[in-house]
Design a protein around this ligand. Sequence first.
Ligand code: AMP
Length: 227
Amino acid sequence: MPGCSIPLPAVVILPGPPGAGKGTQARMPEKDFGMIQLSAGALLRSAAAAGTPAGLAATAVMAAGDLVSDDIVLAVLKDRMAQPDVRTGIIPDGFPRTDGQAAALDTELSRVGHKVTAAIRLDVDDAAMVDRVSGRYTRATCGGGCHDTVKQPAAAGVCDKCGGTDFAHRADDTAETLRARLQAYHAQTAPLIAGYGRRGVLERIDAMGPIAGILRTLPTIVARIAA
Ligand code: AMP
């Protein structure tokens, strides 16, 4: 990320296809280890909602399920990285997704004497993803989320995180858009994840099981690699 000059003790990336649960999983290291979740998709959605030039340029691309250009993605991440809370470590979610983004991340990390500590891939079956994405709901204000079947809130229709009730379905969580997003994942992101395997920093989690089980596995891995 151009312009990042902040020391980063641990950089854990969390790749996986749409619907794998990256956003849900990335919140655990945030809570337990003080690492900051950097969701490229959430930052792009905020930029779009705010009507910034980057956000407006990204809107149609996201609606089609395609990947937003590296320039735009790197620009919104750079803005987020300029905030001081990232000192305790970052857990990018949905980034990098292209070779160009991975190279930019490496360049910036090496400039401050760091490198990717681990890439923890969430493994899922494409066929299960339609149900995963079509059943999920989020709250824009607090970032909380729930799901019709795999992550029901304690009280029906009430956000576990903030008690709010105005859940919304993401515009790009449709079966048609999902097909394009999966295609982009397999064509552009999966090959670069294999590169982290060659570096010896790739970890895998079977993300097909219940969320509670996955949430127990992730801290074990993060504690080991961040030690
Ligand atoms: P996500 O919230 O990770 O499911 O991402 C939603 C959408 O935002 C994707 O389908 C892309 O259009 C866009 N997006 C998110 N992260 C990236 C990225 N790293 N590179 C390009 N586009 C992205």
